[in-house]
Design a protein. Sequence first.
Length: 226
Amino acid sequence: MLANNLANASTGGYKSDREFYNLYVAAEASDDNGNSMPDQQPLIEKHWIDYTQGVLHQTSNPLDAALDGSGFFSVNGPNGTLYTRNGSFRVNASGVLVSSDGYPLRTVAGATVQLNSQNPIKIDADGTVEQDGQAVGQLAVLDFADHAAINKQGLNYFVNVDPKLAPQASTAVVHQGHLEDSNVAAPELAVRLISVMRQFESLQKAVSIATDMNKSAIEEVAKVNG
């Protein structure tokens, strides 16, 4: 998980994964009165996604757009609607506004944004796309009342895993000519990754020592019996 976060430190709009810990005590780790002993061990129970806002940086590319606030751009994925914070858009050969992976952007009306010329476009704060002074569609910027209803799909997309919870209109502001940076704190992750590696090495060494001790004990028993 840490390595994947670090690898996506420069991925636009990426949201980092984090872990949720809980304390567990083995049945034998208690005194005669059933009270837990102080040797409780923290274990990773599940992971969660950190949706905190990433820093917006200016690109001056009119096809770039960033969201300031909670919400997602909506695209037509290969198997249904997908959601993303990555606003690095482009125009495909058919003149349709698509994501960096070629998925058409969805509008509030459920259509796609069809551009009629190579002229520059304007994207308003509410997601309305204009070209040659005419509105050609309003980007569907949606959000979920409970983010537990969405999971990561891959390629920096999210998918709704709870069909009972429909997305709703977002209050996020669209900034044209900007992109949102990943919310990954690379220096912190690098330190944590080194710490995990050292813990792994320590445990590996402990297992090796225990194995050597068992081997020595078996050899000594063999000598006595001999």
